[in-house]
Design a protein around this ligand. Structure first.
Ligand code: UDP
Length: 462
């Protein structure tokens, strides 16, 4: 039975399943259960790093069974909180058993829930009762007993009988860990029969409530050095505390073990991405040189083109037009070479093909007016405003304007693809380069053109 049934709220620290709770939520759940009738005694354990390490080192695994049987397990040490973070499953924070116990006393006083103090040297539970009833008026400590008794024999049964008689619903069991957890676990049925709703294992809490033992100063608590304070106070704890570095090292080892898996997965993904990247680049390079080879021997001069017979049209491919409607440098050069070709007699038709389909943007119109300004008669110019790409321009030259033999004008980097496409579409073509000057941003354009060549290669592949 769990006070918080949702398993997602639990964090596994080296095999101990802690509830990710705060002092508020834990005490509220304890009080709520203490008020209800029916069901088994709910054990509340507050293990620290030392106890978790004892579980790890217990070869029989029995202690795990004892600890994990609890209805609520709160992380009572900074070590547990740090380990949770190390494993990537952080908990809200430390919930100190002593403080949770006192909080439950305060709430029990308000609700009138009877409690019983078991543990500590003779007199400690009584002192704790006196101090706490003074501090929390209304608190009903209905019984006390010291913790020095035979934990498995008749003395233990007698303690339980006394608890049953007291009518306590919440039992504070302060016998030291893990003796108190074992005692609660071994006697769970008897405690249920005794009417105990909640049994909390709280170590030296009664000593603190009795005022015999001070809690570590705030500075030690804030620095996570409560263990050091306790060691200075009780040097005999040294043996027990050797568990702490073992706990820390064990957590580090386990955290590392789980991390490499993640790393390995990421590494494999990066490797796959690199391989795909290299393969794609290699493919693009091969396609690129193949497309470029289509232009071999087909890039000619204006004069050579002027000597050709039967050319249906000079196809000038569009390019950017400036905001003021004038052609960009690149386009101006294409038009200039187109005009030279017209003058050299290559053909008596110039097809200005470009993007003119958008509102307020018309490449072919800008091309036409620049050509007219250079002396080409209007009648010799045909505009195709749907030449939205190299592919479209050439295909439409063939299908819409009936061209079978053409001279294509554009810059050389672009001419390769244009000639390749013309070939693919069965149009006889030569190209004349319009590189009359260097152009800004050409490196980027060349790079983009490699991708464009691959794209047109793929879409024309049969
Ligand atoms: N104790 C007890 N019976 C025993 C052994 C110990 O009642 O047979 C008490 C002891 O007097 C002390 C508490 O258990 O009040 C253990 O306190 P400690 O701070 O050592 O708790 P731990 O760190 O072991 O949880």
């Amino acid at each position: 039975m769990k006070l918080f049934p949702d398993a997602d709220g639990r964090v596994d620290i080296r095999g101990v399943c802690f509830d990710n709770v705060t002092e508020d939520t834990a005490s509220a759940a304890i009080i709520e259960y203490a008020k209800k009738d029916g069901g088994d005694t709910a054990a509340v354990f507050t293990p620290n790093s030392e106890i978790v390490q004892r579980c790890v080192e217990d070869r029989t695994g029995e202690l795990y069974g004892v600890i994990n049987s609890a209805a609520l397990i709160v992380p009572d040490s900074t070590g547990i909180v740090k380990a949770a973070k190390m494993f990537g499953t952080p908990v809200t924070g430390k919930v100190a058993g002593v403080e949770l116990g006192e909080r439950v006393l305060r709430e029990s006083a308000k609700e009138g829930i009877p409690v019983y103090f078991l543990g500590g040297k003779p007199g400690v539970a009584d002192d704790a009762k006196a101090k706490m009833t003074e501090k929390y008026p209304g608190l009903r400590v209905v019984g006390t007993a010291d913790g020095y008794f035979d934990k498995t024999g008749a003395e233990s049964d007698a303690r339980i009988a006394d608890i049953a008689r007291s009518g306590a619903r919440i039992l504070y069991v302060c016998l030291g860990a893990p003796a108190q957890e074992r005692w609660i676990y071994d006697n769970r049925d008897a405690l249920t029969a005794a009417g105990v709703r909640i049994a909390m294992g709280l170590g030296g809490a009664l000593d603190v409530y009795a005022g015999n033992v001070k809690r570590a100063p705030k500075l030690f608590l804030a620095l996570g050095l409560e263990w050091l304070y306790r060691l200075l106070r009780e040097p005999k704890r040294l043996g027990r505390m050797t568990a702490l570095p073992r706990f820390y090292l064990g957590c580090r080892r386990e955290a590392k073990k789980s991390k490499p898996k993640k790393h390995r997965a990421v590494k494999i993904m990066i490797l796959i991405a690199i391989v795909i990247g290299i393969a794609a680049s290699a493919a693009a390079m091969i396609i690129d040189s193949f497309v470029r080879s289509a232009a071999d021997g087909r890039i000619v001069t204006v004069d050579q083109a002027g000597g050709l017979d039967g050319v249906d049209l000079i196809l000038v491919l569009g390019a950017g037009v400036k905001k003021d409607g004038r052609p960009s440098d690149m386009l101006a050069d294409r038009i200039k070479v187109g005009v030279e070709l017209y003058e050299s007699g290559a053909s008596d038709v110039i097809l200005m093909s470009g993007d003119g389909a958008r509102e307020g943007y018309d490449e072919p119109a800008a091309m036409r007016s620049a050509a007219i300004d250079s002396g080409v008669p209007d009648a010799a110019i045909v505009c195709d405003t749907l030449g939205l790409s190299t592919y479209e321009s050439i295909l439409r030259a063939r299908d819409v304007y009936g061209a079978k033999k053409i001279v294509i004008v554009t810059q050389k980097y672009h001419l390769y693809r244009a000639l390749y496409l013309a070939d693919k579409f069965g149009v006889e073509a030569v190209g004349v380069s319009a590189d009359l000057r260097p152009y800004r941003g050409q490196a980027f354009r060349e790079l983009r053109e490699i991708l464009a060549r691959s794209k047109d290669f793929l879409i024309t592949a049969k």
